[in-house]
Design a protein around this ligand. Structure first.
Ligand code: GLU
Length: 532
């Protein structure tokens, strides 16, 4: 085999080739898409969006949605990341048809369990002279970077430099042989053909033309016996019969090389179509959204909370911050895709129906943190009170509050409108379960006057006489009382609120009073007057 490496170098590639423009309107059958994350850390919301678009595309066209874990880079492997990715997607409701958890006809779906497979394919490339061995050490590469980059150009291991490096193209066959025999470590690089245009049609970006002289001879196979992302990704997409590769724009520069691999293997006929999704940008539009932007501006960039196993640093998650999964998904769906109408709220079914790749924008989508909250607020309003109850219940239990669920439902109905994130449920309802422990002194300074205490005392006595205590009777009483005392409504209601709630916050005072009931209202007035 070693003999053929010299031939590899001598092979003259002079054919320009273009990949056929794909026919996007495909039959619904045969649609197979995959989400292929590398478990190198928590899933960024851009990753969730990629998974979502794959999911919607598969569901819409009655295809299959596959989860493949690309974990061949041992150096970047992060314990817990795979589990985190799976749980996050479960939380989002993005169910897979095949993948690491449920298996499937192309199992295994974890690349580290497929390592035997890739060896066969790298051998095919070597035999066909589309790849070569490279023995350069880290120091050699560093050296080359300084020498060959000539100060300004970035060093590229490729057409211009490969013959000055230590590889099976630049060495004699005997030299290569003896190096292998003495156990020198080597990687296998792709041999990028010279002076060609790779042309392909991206379903989002249209025609993409890349000159092969700009590509480097990327490593396909590492000295640890495992393939790199590029080889494993292409081989698996082929073997798993993937029809469409829908992935982030950061992979666009790799696509021409992936296309060359399809060609080298002779798989052009079954090559998937490509769709590279636009980036999710920082809120100001300046660059890709990163975790640091989230930390700086106070919003999560991960679906769930993540504890870094090395540093134990905790990163916020949408789930823990109190977002509903559907709100999160709806928000993500519109980050880079538009339905062509004004509609913003979509159930997952509606999204599936409306989704199409040709409505994905070419340019990056600015992330809009207030809009994320807006979506959640909308979804909270659409959520049945019984479900909101289930979000509030753990807090009530933790605080040892036992109340009639019927009462909790009434509270939820009253405060729901003020709930943006789920923790707001408790923030807005606490006053219905606990009397105030303190009274806002600033508010007191503003509203408390000489006769206020006496006025409230008298008001309490008047309330006490009510046999029927409801919104109507209370309303009438307040009208009569303020008229007879010749005070404005605010002179009574503001201090009343301070005594009952402890601040100037909360829903309408009458609503609060009626829901608390006569007994609790009077108790709070009396305690308040003593304490304030
Ligand atoms: N493993 C790659 C990633 O982590 C997948 C890229 C692709 O979908 O081809 O994003």
């Amino acid at each position: 085999m070693v003999q053929s490496y010299e031939i590899a170098y001598l092979t003259v590639y002079n054919l320009n080739f273009a990949f056929p423009k794909p026919n996007y309107r495909m039959e619904t059958s045969g649609i197979r898409v995959r989400f292929a994350p590398s478990p190198t850390g928590p899933l960024h919301l851009g990753g969730v969006r990629t998974a979502l678009y794959n999911y919607l595309f598969a569901r819409k066209l009655k295809g299959s949605f596959i989860l493949r874990i690309e974990d061949t880079d041992q150096n970047r492997f992060v314990p817990g990341a795979e589990d985190y990715i799976i749980k996050s997607l479960q939380w989002c409701g993005l169910e897979f048809d095949e993948g690491v958890t449920q298996g499937g006809p192309f199992a295994p779906y974890r690349q580290s369990e497929r390592s035997g497979i890739y060896k066969d394919y790298i051998n095919i490339l070597l035999e066909k002279n589309h790849a070569y061995l490279a023995f350069d050490t880290a120091a050699d590469l560093e050296d080359a970077r300084t020498k060959l980059s000539q100060g300004h150009d970035q060093f590229q291991y490729g057409i211009k430099t490969r013959m000055q490096m230590k590889n099976s193209l630049s060495m004699t066959a005997d030299e290569v042989k003896s190096r292998i025999e003495r156990g020198d470590r080597y990687v296998i690089r792709i041999l990028i053909p010279e002076n060609q245009m790779v042309v392909f049609h991206d379903l989002i970006r249209g025609e993409v033309n890349v000159h092969t002289d700009t590509l480097d001879d990327k490593v396909l196979f590492k000295s640890d016996g495992l393939p790199t992302y590029h080889l494993a990704n292409v081989v698996d997409d082929y073997l798993m019969k993937i029809s469409h590769v829908i992935r982030g724009e950061e992979w666009l520069p790799s696509a021409p090389m992936h296309l060359l691999l399809y060609r080298f293997f002779g798989w052009e006929d079954s090559m998937p179509q490509f769709a590279h999704l636009p980036l999710i940008l920082k809120p100001d539009g300046n660059g890709k959204l990163s975790k640091r932007d989230g930390d700086r501006l106070g919003f999560p960039v991960f679906p769930m909370e993540w504890e870094d196993p090395a540093t134990h640093e905790i990163s916020h998650g949408y789930r823990e911050d109190g977002y509903l999964p559907h709100a999160f998904i709806n928000m993500l769906a519109l980050l880079g895709w538009n339905p062509g109408t004004e509609q913003e709220i979509f159930s997952i079914k509606e999204l599936t129906k409306a989704f199409s790749l040709d409505r994905i924008n070419k340019s990056g989508a600015k992330f809009d943190p207030p809009k994320a909250k807006w979506f959640n607020h909308k979804y909270v309003q659409l959520t049945p009170d019984s479900e909101l109850f289930s979000y509030l219940e753990p807090t009530l239990q933790a605080k040892g509050i036992t109340v009639d669920p019927e009462y909790v439902f009434q509270v939820i109905a009253l405060i729901k409108e003020r709930v943006e994130l789920l923790p707001d449920l408790w923030k807005n309802s606490a006053l219905f379960f606990m009397a105030p422990e303190s009274y806002d002194q600033q508010v007191k300074q503003k509203i408390w006057q000489e006769g206020t205490a006496a006025l409230l005392q008298e008001f309490a006595s008047a309330v006490n006489t009510l046999d029927i205590f409801n919104k109507d009777t209370l309303h009438n009483l307040v009208q009569e009382f303020t008229a007879s005392k010749n005070v404005k409504m605010g002179q009574l209601m503001n201090p009343l609120r301070l005594l009952v709630v402890g601040s100037n916050q909360g829903p309408g005072m009458m609503d609060i009073a009626v829901l608390l009931g006569k007994k609790e209202l009077l108790a709070r007035i009396s305690t308040g007057l003593n304490k304030i």
